[in-house]
Design a protein. Structure first.
Lengths: 271, 542
């Protein structure tokens, strides 16, 4: 198994049929290789199909053409080897945070004893900083805390790959920074291959090893891949002081700006 | 510290009120704990005093309007009459209980009770005699008063009669004269007709004048003389008590179980003695048969229970039991089928026509169908093992479970199944897509999906459906009982309607309140349950 091509996506297509028999290819020819342990951000304008790509990797959305290979295995439907953290926390409101995390652990550790499972759940909840809120119900927790449970649930599965679908999109900026640190710390420790959809350039630069910029849809694909060469573990203060951070950020914004212009140009042409 | 415990108690009470849906009483609790008294008083006024005043107003309207409507079964009863009928029903059931204990008393206790009852009867008889004497006095007094009041009217009536008799005689003479004139050729037919008409008018006038006076006389006669009425009521009340005491004496002596057994044992001994003396084969055989029969009857007597008359409380108990039987059956059918419908569109497509056709069918039709169907299962209900088994159980044994109860219950189930089913299906079908995605990512198997995700998330809607079902069931049950003569509140109402005593109408209205209050309690119970199973803390509509 090659670590350089731990996750391989080739010629990924997502097409939606319209009522007249034609197909609209929202995503067309998305190609990406992710080395093992890397954190990749997908960034793009809203509606460009970033979430669609992530959902296809998660197996929640059927693939129209092309393929996705994770750890030498082509994916087929959703599974606990690719844990997803959704934009909304998606906790089951009738369960405590402990039970929510336990739900997946039971499936991914079928042979573990009760005590072992309990330890796994507790460890992952402690990792996200919820040691005091293990037996609270979602309604008793803030949005940030709920999302922490969502992350704990994903981590507890010991996934090959972690998929984050704008996990912090609904949080206020202070909570978001807090959670960015939490996620980074976990990723540094666990070295899970991660793919994250975001629309926040700062977040993308701060958290990822490479940023995959998507062109605007329809026919969205990878426009450019930018390597971020900060050392891990990272500290926000240090990174924010470097000029490199702002250079990465500038390039990112320039790409997104260019996409926008292209779109307008296309519109004009059609018009 | 003391303050803290007080606070804890306060919040406990408030929480209880919240769960049971009695948040209206919040301000009273808060006021008792001196929390912003001004604000609490204001909300007490707004949400308690004004509604109470409104209800008082409604009762007042009832009180004033009801007596104006005369019906075949008397006036529409006013609230006090209804209260009285409630009291009567209560006394009746208390007396049944006393009779039952009397029936079962043995030995010394029985004798003591008997003596006490007899003594009471003595004293009551004395009181009765007194009251009767007073009543007679009142009657004669009032007869005189009545006479005095009626005499002038009677005289007036006689005078009016005499006057109009004279006028009518005069008119008759005129008619004969007019007829004679026609015969003589001097008169005209018009004159005759006019004379006849004049007579008619005179007759009408006389009748009108008489009826005015007669009405006055009737009014005076039907006037209720308060002291006389109360005296009569007193006599009736005491006579009623004596009647009851007589019954008690009977149950303490002849009809007492132990006495009956004793009597039977004596007969048995007699037969045994005869058997011992028997010389011929034939005599021995017949005596031996008698002995066996007597032994059997003793055994039966020893187990005999008091056959209580159906009191309203027993009816209530039986109705509640029946509605729960129906409700449980409905829930057992509705929840799994509803889940199936929610999960599978094929099942939904299969069941939709059935649901939509049978849902609107009237409970009366179901009742008749079930009466026939259930009847066929139990050709001989008295000795059917099913009923023998249920009637031998504690708590429900005295309810008299019979086919009527079964098919009333089935009717309830048939009508209550739909709301629960439809709501369950809706709850399962409208499960949050995010939760489904979570289940897919975690690769939960079907069973885990069902128990961990689908059922909990549908729970609030399932319970909302069950709550509607119970309400519908209770409503249907009363009608079913009335129609099928299955003992219960419905039969109570129906019997009252049929027997037409002076208190029937009041009893029906009393039953109406009983039905309403029990329905309310059942609904509240479901709200509390719903609160407990729901994951969201949102309030439930009332």
């Amino acid at each position: 198994m090659s670590d350089e091509r731990y996750v391989e996506i080739f010629n990924l297509v997502k097409a939606y049929p319209n009522p007249f028999g034609d197909e609209i290819k929202v995503v067309d020819g998305f190609e990406l290789k992710v080395p093992r342990g890397d954190v990749v951000s997908i960034i793009g304008h809203s509606g460009c199909g970033k979430s669609t790509v992530l959902n296809m990797i998660a197996g929640l959305s059927p693939i129209s053409d092309g393929g996705i290979i994770v750890a030498n295995k082509e994916i087929d439907g959703p599974g606990p080897d690719r844990a997803v953290v959704f934009q909304a926390p998606c906790l089951l409101p009738w369960m405590t945070s402990f039970q929510n995390v336990m739900l997946g652990v039971k499936r991914s550790y079928p042979h573990a004893s009760r005590q072992e499972r309990k330890e796994v759940v507790e460890a992952s909840l402690i990792m996200v900083g919820l040691s005091d809120a293990m037996h609270k119900y979602p309604r008793e927790m803030s949005g940030g805390m709920q999302q922490r449970v969502g992350i704990a649930r994903a981590i507890a599965l010991k996934p090959r790959m972690l998929l984050l679908d704008e996990p912090l999109g609904r949080l206020d900026s202070l909570t978001r920074m807090e959670l960015q640190d939490v996620i980074l710390r976990i990723l540094d420790k666990e070295k899970i291959t991660t793919m994250m959809v975001t629309h926040d350039p700062d977040e993308a630069v701060f958290m990822s090893d490479r940023i995959c910029m998507m062109t605007n849809g329809p026919h969205a694909k990878v426009g450019e891949v930018m390597e971020i060469e900060f050392e891990r573990p990272r500290s926000r203060e240090e990174i924010m002081e470097t000029d490199q951070f702002y250079e990465y950020r500038r390039r990112l914004l320039a790409f997104l700006d260019e996409c926008e212009h292209e779109k307008e140009a296309r519109k004009k042409k059609v018009g | 510290m003391a303050e803290k415990t007080a606070d804890a108690i306060k919040y406990k009470i408030l929480r209880f009120l919240d769960v049971t849906g009695f948040t209206v009483f919040d301000p009273i609790v808060r006021l008792a704990f001196r929390e912003e008294p001004k604000k609490q008083l204001e909300s007490i006024f707004k949400f308690l005093i004004i509604p109470i005043m409104f209800i008082c107003f409604c009762v007042w309207v009832w009180w004033t309007v009801a007596p104006n409507h005369k019906t075949k079964s008397g006036e529409v009863p006013t609230p006090d009459v209804v209260m009285q009928s409630a009291r009567i029903n209560h006394t009746f059931s208390e007396r049944e209980k006393t009779k039952e204990t009397d029936f079962l008393l043995v030995g010394e206790e029985r004798l003591a009770a008997l003596a006490a009852v007899e003594a009471e009867m003595e004293s009551k008889s004395v009181i009765l005699a007194e009251l009767e004497a007073r009543l007679a006095q009142h009657e004669s007094n009032y007869a005189q008063v009545l006479e005095a009041r009626l005499a002038p009217l009677q005289k007036e009536l006689d005078e009016v009669k005499a006057k109009y008799d004279a006028i009518e005689a005069e008119k008759k003479v005129l008619i004969t004269e007019a007829a004679a004139a026609i015969e003589a050729g001097t008169g005209t037919t018009e004159a005759l007709l006019a004379a006849i008409r004049a007579e008619g008018i005179a007759k009408d006038e006389s009748r009108a004048a008489e009826s005015i006076i007669k009405d006055k006389i009737d009014a005076i006669r039907s006037d209720k003389y308060k002291p006389l009425e109360t005296a009569r009521l007193d006599v009736n009340a005491v006579a009623d008590q004596i009647q009851f005491l007589k019954k008690r004496v009977d149950f303490l002596s002849q009809s007492n179980r132990s006495m009956k057994v004793l009597e039977a044992e004596e007969t048995l001994m007699e037969y045994q003695a005869k058997l011992a003396k028997a010389t011929t084969a034939k005599a021995a055989l017949s005596e031996a048969k008698r002995v066996v029969r007597a032994e059997d009857s003793i055994e039966r007597l020893e187990k005999q229970q008091y056959a209580s008359a159906m009191t309203v409380y027993l009816q209530v108990k039986r109705s509640i039991f029946t509605v729960f039987v129906g409700f449980v059956v409905a829930a057992i059918i509705a929840i799994p089928v509803g889940i199936l419908c929610g999960l599978s569109r094929i099942a939904m497509a299969c069941l939709t026509p059935i649901i939509s056709i049978f849902k609107p069918v009237s409970p009366v039709v179901w009742l008749l169908i079930f009466q026939i169907v259930v009847g066929a299962f139990f050709p001989d209900p008295e000795s059917h093992p099913f009923f023998l088994f249920f009637n031998s159980l504690p708590f429900i044994g005295n309810l008299g479970i019979n086919p009527a109860l079964i098919f009333s219950g089935c009717t309830v189930a048939m009508c209550a199944v739909w709301p629960a089913l439809v709501n369950t299906a809706l709850g399962v079908a409208s499960i949050d897509k995010d939760h489904i995605n979570v289940a897919r990512v975690l690769r939960l198997n079907f069973w885990e999906r069902l128990t961990k995700i689908i059922i909990p998330s549908a729970m609030p809607l399932i319970f909302a459906g069950l709550r509607i079902s119970l309400g519908v069931g209770w409503m249907v049950l009363i009608a079913a009982e009335a129609l099928s003569s299955s003992d219960g509140l419905g039969k109570f109402v129906w019997d009252e309607y049929q027997n037409g005593s002076s208190f029937s109408f009041a009893n029906i209205i009393y039953a109406c309140f009983v039905v309403g209050i029990i329905g309310f309690c059942l609904d509240r119970m479901m709200i509390v349950l719903q609160r407990f199973v729901s994951f969201d803390e949102s309030g439930t509509s009332l």
